[in-house]
Structures are given as structure tokens and as C-alpha cells.
Write a protein that binds this ligand. Structure first.
Ligand code: KG4
Ligand code: ZN
Length: 339
């Protein structure tokens, strides 16, 4: 009947459970947490509490939607890190209890590797071929921005990373300055469709190698707004769409510039995108154009698998299961976790 893995994701503010049979996704249930909206960012203690409330019903629903009974599950994969410790503890404690009760193994998963592994999920919305190895992945999320050479399902090397803010943070922090709700990335994306991306220009970092930096852009955006608001208090309101479009273009230019260079230097032409920011419509379009120019074979994940979800944990767990990578009971979550 094939190996069945239950995946559990609780690293930030989404509680999610998914069921996978081999590579085929049977369910992927995500419960977001609206409680953070009024604070303009994720409040860790509220996140852990909401995970605690959500986890049992979310797992229940994932099993029901998959049409799988708990006795059919071969192993449970869960996010060990990186993420908010209190949030991770909910997923890992649940997994320990659940696997102990059923007498099945648990499998720890690195959240960032899991974002990349969405390219191996088979489902109605991702029927296409998966990348072959090696491929180069631009992983852009709220907490991380990395260029990763993926050699196989378990062997990945980070060749570039942000030295300060992540791309998602740049979207979210600048969106906040524009008075947009949290998380701001999707709002900037929507607004930018009506704006002129060439209207304003902002500082771009000059970093050697493949590393990224986004804190300078945030500062440049802040000062520009501050100077203009002094002259005209309605500046932001009157120019919101152009500001969003210009900010978005700058972030995309920075991301693609290093990706282009990394592809040239490594000679890798299979390019994949992953992480929450890869939901950005302009980034998806721009990387498509770049792929045509550079003869890249491009892999863009379906929107449902870009932001945090447990399908990515389940597929990673499946490949770890095949290798017998099981965790012992005394494994603890890690706020920082490397690979
Ligand atoms: O991967 P993810 O769900 O969580 C982390 O692991 O960090 O990424 C969340 C990030 C947030 O910063 C959010 O603003 C951003 O992804 N994001 C977007 C879009 N959708 C989500 N950024 C730009 N455009 C979008 N459409
Ligand atoms: Zn994530």
C-alpha cells in the first residue's frame, strides 16, 4: 500500500498537518493564527498557545481528509527547527506522545530543507517533473534568504545567505511603514500591480560572493518616506502603489542578481524557487523571464506549498524514512538549526 507519513509543522504561526503516501500528498491542513494581526508581527507566547489549541483538531482533520486511520501511519515527521522554541515544542511534544502511543518512529525535519523538498511532492496541483540533481534553489522566506546547492534529497549546501534581514522581513517591515497589515508581503504584492516599479529607487547592497543584505534597503526606504512625509503628510497615501512596486522591484533585483551569478559560477542551470516569498507574483514572473534569457530549467512551486505547510515536512520525512533516519525520544527542538 506504500509508506504513509504524517507531517507536523509548528515552527512559527501556522499549525499544519499533512499525510503523504510515498510521494503522493493525501491532505495538507493549515490553521493560521489571526491573533498576531493586531500586534503587527508574531507574538511567540500567543503562537505557542494557539498551536496547543490547534494541533489535535488539525491532525484529526488531516487524517480524515486523507482517509487514513492512525494505525496506517508508518512514521511521524515533525519540524525540529529552526523556528520559535515555544512553537516547535508543541509540535515535537505532540509527535513524541503520538508516536509513543502508536509504537512508530518519529523523524526530525529541518524546516528550511523542507521548503526546498516541496519540489518532490506529487499532487493534483504539482503533477510536473521534479528537478534532478544538482539544482540550485533560491529559498526566500520570512526568516531566511539562502542560495542552496541541492545535491540529493539529504545533501544540501548553502552557498549564500543573508547577513541581516531576510527578504520576507524586508517586505514585512517596509509594508508596516506603508501602514499595511502583517504579514505585509502579500499586500505589497497586490498593491504593486497598480504601481510604477521605476518611480522610486533605493540603495542596493554591494556584497561580494553570494550573500544577501536587506537591512540597508529597509533604512533607505524609511529615510525616503520620512523626508517626503515632512514635505507632504499625504505622501504615503498618495504614492502607495508606486512605493510598493518600486520596493518589490528592488527586492527582486537583489534576489535575482545573486541567483544569476551563482548559476554562472556553479554551472547549474536547473533553478528552483522555494519559501513564503516565492508566492510573490512579480518574483515568479521575473524569474521566468530570467530563465528564458539564461536557458534555465525552472521549477516554481504551486502557491499552496510556498508558505509554511506540513506537506513539505511529510515529503522530507518520507525521504528520511527511506534512509532510516529516525529520532530518539530525547531529541529537543532547536531555535537555530543548520544543515
Ligand atoms: O516561508 P514562510 O511562510 O515562513 C517562514 O518560514 O518564514 O514565509 C513567510 C514570509 C512572510 O515574510 C510573508 O510576507 C512572505 O513570506 N510572503 C510574501 C508573499 N506571500 C508571503 N512576500 C511577498 N509576496 C507575497 N505574495
Ligand atoms: Zn517557512
Amino acid at each position: 500500500m506504500g509508506t504513509v507519513i504524517l507531517g507536523i509543522e509548528s515552527s512559527c504561526d501556522d499549525t499544519s498537518a499533512a499525510v503523504i503516501r510515498e510521494r503522493r500528498l493525501l491532505s495538507n491542513v493549515i490553521a493560521g493564527q489571526d491573533v498576531h494581526r493586531k500586534y503587527g508581527g508574531v507574538v511567540p507566547e500567543l503562537a505557542s498557545r494557539a498551536h496547543q489549541q490547534n494541533i489535535v483538531p488539525v491532525v484529526d482533520r488531516a487524517l480524515k481528509e486523507a482517509g487514513v486511520s492512525r494505525h496506517e501511519i508508518d512514521a511521524v515527521a515533525y519540524t525540529r527547527g529552526p523556528g520559535l522554541l515555544g512553537s516547535l515544542l508543541v509540535g515535537s511534544s505532540f509527535t513524541k506522545g503520538f508516536t509513543a502511543a502508536l509504537g512508530i518512529p518519529m523523524i526530525e525535519v529541518n524546516h528550511l530543507q523542507a521548503h526546498i523538498m516541496v519540489h518532490f511532492i506529487q499532487s493534483e496541483i504539482s503533477p510536473g517533473p521534479s528537478p534532478s540533481f544538482p539544482f540550485l534553489c533560491l529559498l526566500v522566506s520570512g526568516g531566511h534568504t539562502q542560495l542552496v546547492v541541492v545535491r540529493d534529497h539529504h545533501n544540501m549546501e548553502i552557498i549564500g545567505r543573508t547577513i541581516d534581514d531576510a527578504a520576507g522581513e524586508a517586505f514585512d517591515k517596509c509594508a508596516k511603514l506603508l501602514g499595511l497589515p502583517y504579514p505585509g508581503g502579500p499586500h505589497v504584492d497586490r498593491l504593486a500591480r497598480e504601481g510604477d516599479p521605476l518611480r522610486f529607487s533605493f540603495n542596493k547592497p554591494r556584497l561580494e560572493g553570494f550573500d544577501y543584505s536587506f537591512s540597508g534597503l529597509k533604512t533607505s526606504f524609511l529615510y525616503m518616506l520620512r523626508d517626503n512625509v515632512k514635505e507632504d503628510p499625504d505622501f504615503i497615501e498618495e504614492n502607495k502603489a508606486d512605493l510598493a512596486a518600486s520596493l518589490q522591484k528592488t527586492i527582486i533585483d537583489i534576489l535575482l542578481n545573486k541567483l544569476r551569478r551563482a548559476s554562472r559560477k556553479t554551472g547549474i542551470r536547473q533553478i528552483a524557487l522555494a519559501g513564503g516569498v516565492s508566492a510573490n507574483s512579480a518574483l515568479r514572473e521575473a524569474i521566468g523571464e530570467e530563465a528564458l534569457k539564461n536557458s534555465w530549467e525552472l521549477f516554481i512551486p504551486p502557491l499552496n506549498y510556498t508558505t509554511d505547510n506540513a506537506a513539505m515536512i511529510a515529503i522530507t520525512g518520507y525521504y528520511r524514512y527511506l534512509e532510516g533516519h529516525f529520532s530518539s525520544d530525547d531529541v529537543t527542538p532547536l531555535a537555530r538549526m543548520y544543515f
